[in-house]
Every structure is written in structure tokens, then in C-alpha cells.
Design a protein around this ligand. Structure first.
Ligand code: SAH
Ligand code: SF4
Length: 377
């Protein structure tokens, strides 16, 4: 996105914030609904397109606001139909997003940060370090890029049927911007996706999870990867701060706050000789019995110098069988898009300001404010 910091990018305003924006301009609040529809249903990229808004108001908007989108640096389609984009953000960093088609579903895997501070040992985004949070506009822009890749916006066509926050970054470490983006995704005047079709995946930032249930009913996935604290401390370092029992308790609280029968999706990346043995599966059964959930096994996706390997098909099947025999609903996420480096954990984008890579830390979640691919394939 080119930088014009004085103007406010309307793509990043949640429905409530857009109303407040029109209030401040001294305009009626229904303008917010009109503009939301123009932006997110019609895909407007200029105020001139907004024909049910007077010319005077359009001119006023153009003075104080803008509709600013990222530049697409790369658009690649894998042999299996998975499509990956690299888009350039403010400040020169680039992030990646992936669209995974499956039957009549098209799942968009969005990024929430440039890099990630949580440093999970098997994740290439984590290895890259943390650069910065994406703004709400930058998160929403990913959805717009994917929709527009299939022709001009058409509100009658659901080109992206599901969104998962499983790209780069830890969404709960970018709380406010992610929550606003989710609101736009689920708003009837926005992208109109149902709460079952938007999934936030977290490695377990427990206090932020508790905050989330107060402001959203988005579907939840947690990245468990180990069922005992010693191993999880090693694979997912945030476990040292919020261990497994605290995470499971937070998941239960989250589900209790929903007035439906949704379950948590538990993600478990299978790594050869690390967490793929029968005893690991049996341990996992014990943990998963504590919370309504379904299990998604992700065979490890290799990246250079990771030091880890993907288990054999037999080991994956053996692990899955133990889970199924214990009546845990289990799917194996088949690797998609690996010929374009679009598989889970392979997203690295590009961090231009490398000086900030040294800012790795075990995060302390601030109380006020917290700054801030699944569907089975
Ligand atoms: N930060 C969030 C969401 C992004 S990662 C989270 O951790 O949940 C999306 C999923 O891909 C997570 O479950 C993550 O653990 C998994 N993942 C990361 N690296 C991987 C790799 N190399 N192979 C397979 N899965 C990986
Ligand atoms: Fe961050 Fe998620 Fe990767 Fe862990 S798995 S380093 S939380 S993006």
C-alpha cells in the first residue's frame, strides 16, 4: 500500500467505527451502511463509484478518507488448484495468503501479522521473527484480493466461502485489528460470512481468548501439537506461560459462551519421532476428552533447516486410528499447494526491516488494549 498517512483508510473501519466516522463528519449514520455495502459487497475502490451518495459527500469523503489496497507481488496457482498471493504492505513488508478450493468450498487462509513473535519450533513464520501487526484494512484487503481474482465483485457469488486465520502470525496477538476484521467478515452489510465459516486459529494466548468471547462468537481452532507440557513447552513456547490445562479451561469457557453446539478444532502437527508415537496419541485422547472438539492432524510441512521431518503414511494412519478408536472425530489435513510453498507453516512473506527481528519475546498480553488453512483438505 502506498503511504498517505493523513487519510483514513475506510477498508479498515468496522461497522461501528464507520458509523462513528460519519457521526464525526456530521453525517447520518445510514451512510455507514451504504458505504459498507459499496466497499465490501460491490468492491468499490473509489468514492466515485458510490452512486447513491451525493457528489458533495463523495468529495468530502475523498478529502479525509481513502480506499487503499495492497500491491499484488505474486499470484501463483498450484497444480492442485491452491492459489497463493504475496502482497506488499505499508513499509515494504510482504505477506502471503492462500486460497484452497475443495468441492463447492473455497477457503481463504489469511495472515494477521508480518512474522510472529511466538517462535513455535516447527513453524517457518515463527522462525522469521516478528515484524509487525497487520491493520484491519490489510487483513480485509486479503479477502478483497481473493474475491477480485475471480472477476469484478458480485454480491450474489460466494467466491470465498470460508476464512481461516491460519496464515502468518498469531491473530490473538493482534487482537483489536483482528476482531474488527472478523466483524466485517461476518456483518450482513460486509462479507456476510456465518460464524461457522470464519475460524480463528490460536496457539493459546489464554487472556486474549477470554477477551475474545466477550466480543465475538467466531469459530475457534487451537494449535495443541502436544498433550504434555514438557513437549508442548518445546514446540509451542507460549505453553510455558499458559500451559495445557489453562488452555483447555479457556476453550471450555469459550464454548460455554456460544449459544450453539459448536466444538473447538484442535490442530496437531505430526512430526516424525517427536509427537507421532502411539503413546502421544493416547495422551492426546486424555486431553481431548476434556473439551468438545474435533481433531485435525497436520502432517509436518518441511522448510529449509527446520530439523524436523514428516512422519510416514503408516505412522500418520496409526496415530489417526488410535484417535478414531477413542471416538475422537479426526481428519488428516492433506498437504495442499506445496509446489508453490503455500502449505501450512511454509508461509514466510518477506520482512524488509530486518532490524526488528531481534524483537523476539515471550509475549506479555497487555490488559488494555491488546495490540494488537483448515477446513479439512
Ligand atoms: N498462529 C496461529 C495461526 C497460524 S499457523 C496458530 O499457531 O494457530 C496455522 C497452523 O499451521 C497452526 O496450527 C500451526 O501450528 C500449523 N503449522 C505451523 N507450521 C507448520 C508446519 N511446518 N507444518 C505443519 N503445520 C504447521
Ligand atoms: Fe506463530 Fe502460529 Fe507459527 Fe506459532 S505456529 S510461530 S503461533 S504463526
Amino acid at each position: 500500500m502506498s503511504e498517505t498517512p493523513s487519510k483514513i483508510n475506510l477498508l479498515g473501519l468496522s461497522p461501528a467505527k464507520l458509523e462513528a466516522f460519519f457521526d464525526e463528519l456530521g453525517e447520518k449514520r445510514f451512510r455507514a451502511t451504504q458505504v459498507l455495502k459499496w466497499l465490501h459487497q460491490q468492491g468499490a475502490s473509489s468514492f466515485d463509484e458510490m452512486t447513491n451518495i451525493s457528489k458533495t459527500l463523495r468529495a468530502k469523503l475523498a478529502e479525509v478518507a481513502e480506499i487503499r489496497e495492497p500491491e499484488i507481488l505474486l499470484d501463483k496457482t498450484s497444480r492442485d488448484g491452491t492459489r497463493k498471493w504475496v502482497i506488499r504492505m505499508d513499509g515494504g513488508s510482504a505477506i502471503e495468503m492462500v486460497l484452497i478450493p475443495e468441492g463447492d468450498r473455497r477457503t481463504l487462509c489469511v495472515s494477521s501479522q508480518v512474522g510472529c513473535s511466538l517462535d513455535c519450533s516447527f513453524c517457518s513464520t515463527g522462525k522469521q521473527g516478528y515484524n509487525r501487526n497487520l491493520s484491519t484494512a490489510e487483513i480485509i484487503a486479503q479477502l478483497r484480493v481473493a474475491i477480485r481474482a475471480y472477476g469484478p465483485f458480485d454480491p450474489n457469488e460466494r467466491r470465498v466461502s470460508n476464512v481461516v486465520f491460519m496464515g502468518m502470525g498469531e491473530p490473538l496477538m493482534n487482537f483489536d485489528n483482528v476482531v474488527d476484521a472478523i466483524q466485517l467478515m461476518m456483518d450482513d452489510n460486509g462479507y456476510g460470512l456465518s460464524k461457522r465459516r470464519v475460524t480463528l486459529s490460536t496457539s493459546g494466548v489464554v487472556p486474549a481468548l477470554d477477551k475474545l468471547r466477550e466480543v465475538s462468537d467466531v469459530s475457534l481452532a487451537i494449535s495443541l501439537h502436544a498433550a504434555n507440557n514438557d513437549l508442548r513447552d518445546e514446540l509451542v513456547p507460549i505453553n510455558k506461560r499458559y500451559p495445557i490445562d489453562e488452555l483447555i479451561a479457556a476453550c471450555k469457557r469459550y464454548l460455554e459462551g456460544l449459544n450453539d453446539k459448536r466444538v473447538i478444532t484442535v490442530e496437531y502437527t505430526l512430526i516424525e519421532g517427536v509427537n507421532d508415537q502411539p503413546q502421544h496419541a493416547r495422551e492426546l485422547v486424555q486431553v481431548l476428552r476434556q473439551v468438545p472438539c474435533k481433531l485435525n492432524l497436520i502432517p509436518f510441512n518441511p522448510f529449509p533447516n527446520s530439523g524436523y521431518r514428516r512422519p510416514s503414511e503408516e505412522a500418520i494412519q496409526r496415530f489417526k486410528d488410535i484417535m478414531i478408536r477413542a471416538s475422537i472425530i479426526t481428519t488428516v489435513r492433506r498437504t495442499r499447494g506445496d509446489d508453490v510453498d503455500a502449505a501450512c507453516g511454509q508461509l514466510v512473506g518477506q520482512v524488509e526491516d530486518r532490524t526488528r527481528r531481534s524483537q523476539k519475546y515471550i509475549p506479555v498480553v497487555q490488559e488494555e488494549p491488546v495490540h494488537g488453512k483448515t477446513e479439512r483438505v
